[in-house]
Design a protein around this ligand. Structure first.
Ligand code: XMP
Length: 319
């Protein structure tokens, strides 16, 4: 696409002019936006870029490994990957309020990121994959009711804390344009088409207190669900699909014995921008297949339900 090729060249020139011979830090989340930003920056300034990836222990199955493989091994981008699972999980111990979970994770994220970023000597700039809708949203919703529903954490406050100049090469782009730019840059299609994933991760998909055990159970169920969705060729027709681990135990029967385990809820929605959404109308046979696999393969879950709520009145996430 010639427009994206031109955009890429223009941006590369702009980035070089802004950065000069300084060093840049770019936070990676595993999502599309920060990945595209990082690869674009790498093309522009090579090893003057260092990426920082913080694993809060509430990522999906295999996610940290995928980020390391893609950026460090495939692109050869200097990458600091910090496993801070223990820190986040102990801070979340006993916390059940969704907004407190977000605040704790958001705050700790900034602390850990700062700690890692300080290891990069002479860093002068911080790169962020901010998109045009993020720019607009922070203006038009200021003080409005939408932002108070859920405090979205996307490393807000980080640039001030680090005292770094910002580079935001995707600021003029919408999501579909970021994807087109990602293709232009040769990012794998799997990364470009990835479903959105919230900053607080699995913490807001485990209503009630979060623990490492619950996160492990949820990760397994979620991976099976997504594997089945991909096998059925439905991944790209869905905006977001994920499992939720409920703090409710119910009775079941497995072979000759009674079980007493958690309920897992499955969520899948179609949406254009995430502001409104409809639940995805899976075949019953598909849902039964997923339920059977989860119950057979995941210790700790003995019942699976499907969430048919649209947004509004529901939200996409359960917290
Ligand atoms: P809701 O649940 O509000 O979600 O309908 C709309 C979209 O936003 C994502 N989401 C978040 N993303 N931090 C994020 O970075 C958050 O705290 C957060 N909460 C929700 C959600 O996954 C969906 O794509």
């Amino acid at each position: 696409d010639w427009t994206m090729a031109a955009f890429r060249d223009t941006k590369i020139a702009e980035i070089r002019a802004q950065v000069g011979d300084r060093r840049v830090i770019c936070g990676l989340s595993g999502g599309v936006d920060s990945s595209v930003a990082a690869v674009l920056l790498h093309e522009a300034i090579g090893d003057q870029l260092t990426c920082v990836f913080v694993d809060h222990g509430l990522l999906r199955a295999g996610e940290a490994e995928q980020v390391e493989r893609l950026f460090r091994d495939h692109y050869n981008i200097p990458l600091i990957a910090r496993d801070a699972s223990d820190l986040f999980l102990s801070a979340l111990n006993g916390v059940d309020d969704p907004e407190r979970k977000r605040k704790i994770i958001g705050g700790l994220f900034i602390d850990v990121f700062q700690e890692e970023a300080q290891k990069v000597e002479n860093a002068g700039l911080l790169a962020q994959g901010t998109l045009y809708p993020d720019v607009i949203e922070s203006v038009s919703f200021a003080g409005g009711p939408s932002v108070t529903i859920k405090s979205h954490h996307n490393v807000g406050g980080l640039p001030e804390r680090l005292n770094l100049e910002l580079v935001e090469p995707l600021r003029e782009l919408f999501k579909d344009e970021v994807r087109a730019l990602g293709r232009e840059l040769g990012l794998p299609e799997r990364m470009i088409g990835r479903h959105p994933f919230p900053g607080p991760g699995l913490a807001i998909r485990i209503p009630g207190p979060v623990s490492a055990d619950k996160a492990d159970i949820l990760r397994k169920a979620d991976a099976i669900y997504l594997e089945e969705i991909e096998k059925a060729g439905l991944y790209d027709a869905i905006w977001q699909a994920f499992a939720v681990l409920l703090p409710v135990k119910t009775v079941g029967v497995m072979g000759d014995s009674r079980t007493y385990d958690h309920v897992c809820a499955l969520r899948a929605v179609t949406a254009v921008d995430g502001m409104t959404a409809d639940s995805y109308p899976f075949d019953h046979a598909f849902l039964s297949q997923v339920a059977t696999r989860i119950i057979n393969e995941v210790r700790g879950i003995n019942r699976v339900v499907y969430d048919v709520t649209s947004k509004p009145p529901g939200t996409i996430e359960w917290e």
